[in-house]
Design a protein around this ligand. Structure first.
Ligand code: AMP
Length: 280
């Protein structure tokens, strides 16, 4: 596996690959890799000649300083995992390499997608995400980029970013990987206390129950039902539960049979914020 810290060296390597007619699959990550990340990498490998993974904990997408400082960064183990799945290229730039002296995000208009859910509760989050992904797309110039539906809102925003800025990349969404007890895999899960880890599968259990009830209750009633379930749980604090149209991410007033809907949730387990979602 080739490991690059420098944009220019990575670019030079990839230009050569493209001149040989090779396609580039790209998987941007913040590291602390788990099976969800690896599934994206395996998919990229299957569909492209060269697979590039980036590991970069992007400071401008964190609204919480402690979350950024405590974000796990087990780089040596990540490299082992990447070698195991025969990843071709790892890009691990420093903050300075990406931002030079100004660690600030560009402002984006994603046609309102950025104002819902994660954007509402994590101010500036999607400006940070847009800034880093646009910058990585400009460096890597991938043929196809792979994102997990775990961050479904992010996936829709990246599709919008590529469209708005005419970036010639195909953006593909992939399924959510879960632990055996249903908890969505996340790099932050290792930071959960034993108690919170044991409580956390309640999130997906509740999503599955809400999915069953969708259609028998209206959106408001369903949101209230979920709020009630979490009030009975001491260890988990609900931040939001929302039902939204998959395309617009707006909460529907009436359910239309030709549209796809999804339920989105954010929960605090102690200090750790967990998100999940389910197609309805
Ligand atoms: P992150 O390192 O958390 O920024 O995630 C990098 C990529 O992996 C994003 O596209 C995520 O949506 C995706 N991802 C994270 N967790 C999962 C999961 N449990 N299942 C599938 N994809 C995931």
């Amino acid at each position: 596996m080739n490991i690059f810290n420098s944009k220019s060296e990575l670019k030079a390597f990839l230009i050569q690959q493209k001149e040989e007619g090779k396609t580039i699959g790209f998987v941007p990550t913040m590291g602390a890799l788990h099976k969800g990340h690896l599934s994206l990498i395996k998919r990229a490998k299957k569909q492209n000649d060269i697979t590039v993974v980036s590991i970069f904990v992007n400071p401008t997408q964190f609204d919480n300083k402690e979350d950024l400082e405590k974000y796990p960064q087990p780089l040596d183990n990540d490299i082992k995992l990447l070698k195991k799945v025969a990843c071709d290229v790892l890009f691990t730039p420093s903050v300075n390499e990406i931002y030079a002296d100004d660690i600030i995000a560009q402002k984006f208009d994603f046609d309102g997608l950025e104002n819902q859910m994660e954007g509402r509760y994590r101010k500036g989050h999607f400006d940070g995400v847009g800034t880093i992904v646009k910058s990585l797309f400009e460096i890597v110039e991938p043929t196809v980029a792979y994102f997990g539906k775990k961050d479904f809102q992010q996936l829709q925003i990246i599709k919008k970013l590529a469209k708005k800025y005419h970036i010639p990349v195909k953006v593909k969404g992939r399924p959510i990987f879960r632990e055996d007890d249903g908890l969505a895999m996340s790099s932050r899960n290792v930071r959960l206390t034993k108690e919170h880890r044991e409580a956390a599968p309640f999130i997906y259990k509740t999503l599955k129950k809400a999915k069953k009830k969708f259609g028998t209750k209206n959106v408001n009633e369903l949101e209230q039902w979920v709020e009630k379930q979490f009030k009975k749980q001491d260890l988990l604090e609900l931040e939001y539960f929302t039902i939204a149209d998959e395309e617009t991410l707006q909460t529907p007033k009436v359910i239309e049979s030709n549209k796809k809907y999804r339920a989105f949730i954010a929960v605090f387990a102690g200090d750790i914020r967990l998100i999940d979602n389910i197609g309805l």
